[in-house]
Ligand binder design. Structure first.
Ligand code: HEC
Length: 103
């Protein structure tokens, strides 16, 4: 687990209804072809992503952009495919669900 370099910071809370909405949206998208909740797959485990980033608007926005644009380099994994059909707001809701897995 030492590949997770957690970024220090305080966490904001994520409203339950947003997290629930994101959960459904992720289930209907292609995310689970490359991600698993608990373990690494093609991409990092969702709980590991939740561990790395503090729950803050800047990080949620940054990760939402990354989901839309795709890309690589942060985890040393292959490339995430872009999701140009998602709006920034939809991507934010999905990322909020991932971040709600932080314990
Ligand atoms: C084709 C495979 C693939 C699909 C489909 C995919 N991902 Fe990813 N995802 C990856 C990979 C690979 C990485 C690691 C990229 C890196 O190292 O920067 C990643 C990283 C991430 C990250 C962390 C980005 C970072 O910079 O730390 C988030 C958040 C994420 N994915 C969310 C999603 C969501 C939400 C979906 C569905 C809309 C999705 N992914 C679909 C492969 C995928």
């Amino acid at each position: 687990m030492d590949y997770i370099r957690a970024i220090p910071g305080l966490n904001d809370s994520i409203p339950t209804e947003i997290a629930e909405k994101g959960k459904v949206m992720i289930a209907y998208s292609d995310c689970y072809t490359c991600h698993k909740i608990q373990e690494r797959s093609v991409g990092p485990a969702f709980i590991d992503i939740a561990k790395r980033y503090p729950v803050k608007k800047v990080y949620i926005d940054m990760l939402a952009q990354k989901v839309i644009l795709g890309g690589s380099r942060s985890w040393g994994y292959p490339v995430m495919s872009p999701h140009p059909k998602l709006s920034l707001e939809e991507a934010r809701v999905m990322v909020s669900y991932i971040m709600s897995m932080k314990e």
